[in-house]
Write a protein that binds this ligand. Sequence first.
Ligand code: 13P
Length: 223
Amino acid sequence: MIVVGNLKMYMTYEDVLNYKDNIPDDVIICPSSIFIPYFLNHNYQVGIQDISMYDLGSHTGDIGAKQAKDMGVSYTIIGHSERRNKETDEEINKKIKKALENNLKVILCIGENKDEDKNNKLKNQLLTDLDGVDLDNIIIAYEPIWCIGTGITPTNVQIEDTINFIKSIVNDNFKKSVKVLYGGSVDKNNIDTLKKIDNVAGFLIGKASTDCVHLKEIVDSLR
Ligand code: 13P
């Protein structure tokens, strides 16, 4: 099972120093970009939480895919719902292409709000975000927005059905099979239930991943 920790903007410098050497092997950890050098050269992989859609140049505040790759970053999250209010699906599509050109693997987040037509929203996100993209190095993370940081998760049946829907959209339109993660309020208390979902390839974990003991409990339950 793939385990990704999205540390968001939770940690101080001191937190990072106490955390970075105590992360379980083989997970993918996505720290705030400014701390990435502290996470390199461990037995886990490092991802960046977002990436520029541009090549190197005059883009103040952006981090380029080439810069991340050269530093030793292996993955990038793209399209997290906490960023989607600042970017369009067309821009997300450009970011994905830029990441892949620079040999970063992509974790593409998609998900719906409670009041939205789920299938329509997910389909539109997939078709625009993945347009003209080679899917070999793409992992999809299904993160229903109403489950992020709320302590709520859908039922296993709901998640399984949605993952099947995502896989069928990708298969019908791009003729490829993709791995799909689930994210949204995953923690040590619900992982034993969530891991029973047949078609889930792993989990994208926010808050619970910022505590390395908590993260290890989740990882241990999955291995
Ligand atoms: P939480 O696990 O804190 O709900 O966050 C999920 C998430 O947004 C991971 O990208």
